[in-house]
Design a protein around this ligand. Structure first.
Ligand SMILES: Nc1ncnc2c1ncn2[C@@H]1O[C@H](COP(=O)(O)OP(=O)(O)OP(=O)(O)O)[C@@H](O)[C@H]1O
Ligand SMILES: [Mg+2]
Length: 351
């Protein structure tokens, strides 16, 4: 789930040609001969290019908005090195502005590895991932560079929790006053979304009190910690795709990881991660508290997603974007009820 992208911010274009990529690479890498032998589209704005000569043997180019590309560069050049974690981040070689438009391209060395298997993750890789994530959280929490990162990154902390729920509530209220929009959306769906968001807002004070008690300090968050954003190979592991980087409590990342891992892999992750943060002197929440805060974090992400989709529909109530956004709202209502970050072994008395 990509949470923070409004539809109008995602420009669909045909991919650039191989010769266009070669020209950009020539300039960006200061090389005369980047003959591109193959070009493969990996995702909507991401391409893998194999180079016929020299090193690196391949690069990955990702089209981003300029602010995100700039932040990516700061992450690699300033922030991760500041806490001694330069080797856990993206393999960024260069950033160039898009000569054809208002975007930018981040150029990464093509990593010769694989993404973490979401269904059957390798336990050793999961262990390494937990070490990396815990180090990221603990080291940045005590480093003054966090002030700079807070300026550039998303605000995912204490105040943002209620903000995300309020945004969704406001968006849904706006739909109620627009009969042209209501005509295209099932009323049961809108009522259902309003109900769950409203209940989450009622529960917010107790969630925030718990967060205050056991959430630990604000730190740097990857922001989209799915296994698919983790690449590994023999003896190494890197977190890629930092497009959602932010600052807030570590549970934000931990919740994403727990929710995207198979239930059977969650308990070792949790025990290991909590051991790390307890060793750093942070409060150690119980399993039940982690489950509660993880559910809240996921609800906040879904609330943001719902607000974006409503915004899409309000701007163009009919047409393909509205139809897609309506389907997304239906999915959000289902996902909301399915949130379940519990590890397998949890019982009512587990602590
Ligand atoms: N440096 C790299 N080397 C090799 N493969 C890479 C590299 N960077 C990204 N990839 C591959 O490209 C895929 C998409 O990259 P990335 O996650 O940055 O883009 P995305 O558009 O945000 O994708 P998604 O929305 O699927 O997360 C990754 O899942 C990974 O398989
Ligand atoms: Mg990704």
């Amino acid at each position: 789930m990509t949470v923070h992208k409004p539809h109008q911010g995602v420009r669909e274009t045909d991919g650039p040609s191989t010769s266009w990529f070669a020209g950009v690479l020539r300039q960006a890498l200061h090389r005369d001969d980047p003959t591109v032998s193959t070009c493969r589209k990996l995702s909507r704005h991401v391409y893998r290019l194999t180079l016929a000569t020299g090193r690196p043997a391949s690069v990955v180019m990702k089209r981003l908005d300029p602010a995100t590309a700039h932040r990516d560069r700061l992450l690699v050049q300033r922030w991760l090195p500041a806490v001694g974690l330069a080797d856990i981040g993206p393999s960024l070689l260069a950033t160039v502005s898009d000569p054809a438009g208002d975007g930018a391209w981040s150029i990464y060395e093509g990593l010769d590895g694989h993404i973490l298997d979401q269904l059957h993750p390798d336990p050793e890789e999961v262990d390494r991932l937990v070490e990396v994530v815990a180090s990221l959280h603990v080291r940045f929490a005590r480093h003054p560079v966090i002030a700079e990162i807070r300026h550039h990154g998303a605000h995912l902390g204490y105040g943002a929790y209620v903000g995300h729920l309020n945004d969704a509530a406001q968006a849904l209220t706006a739909v109620r006053s627009r009969s042209d929009v209501r005509a295209h959306l099932p009323s049961a769906l809108l009522a259902d979304l309003e109900r769950v968001v409203c209940r989450a807002r009622e529960d917010a004070p107790s969630v925030l009190a718990l967060l205050d008690r056991v959430g630990g300090p604000d730190t740097v968050l990857h922001g989209d910690l799915w296994p698919k954003n983790v690449m590994a190979g023999p003896g190494w592991l890197r977190l890629i795709d930092w497009d959602q980087l932010g600052v807030g409590p570590a549970i934000y990342d931990l919740s994403t990881l727990l929710l995207r891992l198979p239930r059977g892999s969650r308990r070792p992750v949790l025990d290991r991660y909590l051991g790390h943060i307890a060793a750093a002197g942070w409060p150690r929440p119980t399993v039940d508290e982690v489950v509660l805060l993880s559910t809240a974090a996921e609800r906040a992400r879904l609330a943001t997603l719902a607000a974006w989709r409503v915004l899409d529909i309000l701007e163009a109530p009919t047409g393909p974007v509205a139809a897609w956004a309506g389907d997304e709202l239906q999915s959000i209502s289902t996902w909301w009820k399915e949130i379940d970050p519990r590890p397998e072994e949890v019982t009512a008395t587990a602590r």
